[in-house]
Design a protein around this ligand. Structure first.
Ligand SMILES: *[C@@H]1O[C@H](CO)[C@@H](O)[C@H](O)[C@H]1NC(C)=O
Ligand SMILES: *[C@@H]1O[C@H](CO)[C@@H](O)[C@H](O)[C@H]1NC(C)=O
Ligand SMILES: *[C@@H]1O[C@H](CO)[C@@H](O)[C@H](O)[C@H]1NC(C)=O
Ligand SMILES: *[C@@H]1O[C@H](CO)[C@@H](O)[C@H](O)[C@H]1NC(C)=O
Ligand SMILES: *[C@@H]1O[C@H](CO)[C@@H](O)[C@H](O)[C@H]1NC(C)=O
Ligand SMILES: *[C@@H]1O[C@H](CO)[C@@H](O)[C@H](O)[C@H]1NC(C)=O
Ligand SMILES: *[C@@H]1O[C@H](CO)[C@@H](O)[C@H](O)[C@H]1NC(C)=O
Length: 455
């Protein structure tokens, strides 16, 4: 499998370190991706210290029957090529299903804390055969298991565990579209694993590289489609699956990607997320004309800011959704933070914590806050300005805060099979962006269940 080792985001635009980082960028750009990927890659001493928070991240966005906002990002160290799943024995996972009812109307599901959960995850690496191997941390030999024993506790209510039977019964004859990047694929695997307690999925379609796929749950006639479109807009991506790049990606900022818009009418529920790909170097086009470049110090082009590009793109997405004659339930999942420490993804960064952050211990980085803020603003605008008149059912799945509190839940070096077996001190590139399964992001699905089926 390949990794998307794109230049990691240009670093907090609002920090004081802009110059240092620019310098680093220039250096970086001078290097070929190939170089970056090689084991002996340059170790640049860029440390990502938990940046001061530019804004408060508490999610107070509750609009018109919509709860919360926030989530993950991707497109750097992350792999966007999917491995075909290997078959494994199926047996039933454990996990209790006590059905507490939470009052989602009154409680902000997305503000809370992680508390110990002795009963552990809802499925295991043995009970679910749909975990792709870079996420299968147990199989890959991750030695600590403490990260599996936490559950998300919103202030003032509880999130009931995912109930596969109830979900599938409610979704009989329905179709879901999951639209986004490899973190959404990570998310989809979690959903399929949770559902496999009630019924196992059958893959009915896949595109090259297994990036876009479709599964059917035959006895419920429930269809789940995963559509890989990391930018959501029309993009010419000039990089291979190892993240080697021949040229800057070209993004048509005013044109949505037909890959998802052409299928939109098939779905009863849609989950969309943007992500870390936006942090990459890219030439932006508007009206088929180059308007500038994001993060291209070597090219003599005007800078297109993340703020401009991302808000414009989300605005187009919501505009499409609210003006479409088709009215599925649309869930936007917010930004996902990464947790590289002691370096960036390309410079030896790791995520070796084994417990969640306590509230206030880490507040997310500036770029995380900037991106999520745009997501919340555009979401609100869509709901308040447009949604109220169009009857569109929009929901914000604000997984941002609960995800940033989980530095312990990424694959890290265990995206590879037993990385330290041969050499305890092996230098292994860490994945501190995608998440182990089972693990923290199973909670995203508990929350989706509560958002759409909670009483
Ligand atoms: C599941 O993980 C355990 C380690 O916790 C490992 O021994 C086992 O081989 C794994 N099984 C599968 C099917 O991945
Ligand atoms: C599902 O579709 C089948 C065939 O069209 C129909 O008989 C059945 O009533 C539908 N079930 C639900 C819950 O809509
Ligand atoms: C499955 O659901 C679709 C609607 O999504 C419906 O058209 C079809 O008839 C259903 N098939 C069966 C076998 O129930
Ligand atoms: C796009 O191009 C057309 C024709 O070249 C022009 O009329 C229009 O104003 C342009 N739109 C924008 C947003 O620049
Ligand atoms: C960059 O572009 C500007 C305006 O297009 C031009 O005046 C300037 O000479 C260019 N600089 C270089 C180094 O090419
Ligand atoms: C995590 O990794 C860093 C850098 O390699 C190291 O200094 C630190 O001791 C490690 N922490 C733990 C808990 O292993
Ligand atoms: C995070 O924010 C809280 C509240 O603003 C503050 O008390 C705390 O010191 C911050 N933590 C860090 C690591 O910056």
């Amino acid at each position: 499998m390949g990794m998307d080792w794109e230049p990691w985001p240009p670093l907090q635009r609002k920090s004081n370190h802009v110059f240092v980082k620019l310098l680093v960028l220039v250096l970086l750009l001078g290097l070929s991706f190939r170089l970056l990927f090689s084991r002996s890659a340059v170790f640049l001493p860029v440390s990502e210290s938990p940046a001061a928070v530019a804004e408060t991240a508490s999610s107070t966005a509750v609009v018109v029957g919509v709860v919360g906002d926030a989530e993950p990002r991707e497109g750097s160290p992350l792999t966007d090529s999917a491995a075909p799943v290997t078959e494994e024995v199926f047996d039933d996972g454990k996990a209790s299903q006590q059905g507490t009812i939470s009052n989602a109307d009154k409680c902000d599901l997305f503000t809370g804390e992680w508390i110990p959960n002795p009963s552990g995850p809802a499925y295991t690496n043995a009970s679910c055969r749909f975990i792709e191997y870079p996420q299968n941390c147990l199989k890959n030999g991750r030695p600590d298991t403490g990260y599996l024993f936490w559950r998300w506790k919103p202030h003032g209510c509880d999130v009931p565990p995912f109930n596969a039977e109830k979900f599938l019964n409610a979704m009989r004859n329905k179709s879901w579209g999951l639209i986004g990047d490899s973190i959404l694929r990570n998310h989809a695997q979690s959903l399929i694993c949770l559902l496999s307690k009630a019924e196992e999925a059958v893959e009915v379609y896949h595109a090259d590289q297994y990036k876009s796929r479709r599964w059917l749950f035959p006895s419920h006639n429930f269809t789940l489609s995963l559509i890989w479109t990391p930018f959501l807009i029309k993009a010419e991506i000039f990089e291979n699956d190892d993240g080697e790049s021949k040229s800057e990606n070209r993004l048509h900022i005013d044109t949505l990607d037909k890959k998802w818009t052409s299928q939109y009418n098939n779905f009863d529920y849609v989950v969309i997320s943007g992500g870390q790909w936006f942090l990459k170097t890219a030439i932006y086009m508007e009206n088929n004309t180059v308007i500038g470049c994001h993060y291209c110090p070597k090219l003599n082009m005007s800078e297109v800011s993340l703020e401009y590009a991302y808000s414009k793109i989300l605005n187009s997405v919501y505009n499409f959704v609210t003006t479409s004659g088709h009215k599925p339930v649309v869930i936007y999942r917010t930004w996902t933070p990464d947790h590289f420490e002691y370096g960036e993804w390309f410079s030896g960064g790791v995520c070796n914590r084994t417990v969640p952050y306590k509230i206030g211990e880490f507040n997310g980085s500036n770029v995380d806050h900037v991106m999520r803020k745009i997501e919340v603003e555009e979401f609100r605008r869509a709901v308040v300005v447009e949604g109220s008149e169009t009857g569109v059912r929009l929901k914000l799945l604000d997984t941002y805060e609960l995800s940033w509190l989980r530095p312990d839940a990424h694959s890290g070096p265990y995206r590879k099979f037993h990385p330290f077996d041969k050499d305890k001190n092996a230098k292994v590139q860490n994945d501190c962006l995608h998440w182990c399964l089972p693990g923290a992001i199973d909670t995203w699905n508990d929350l989706i269940m509560e958002l759409i089926l909670g009483e």
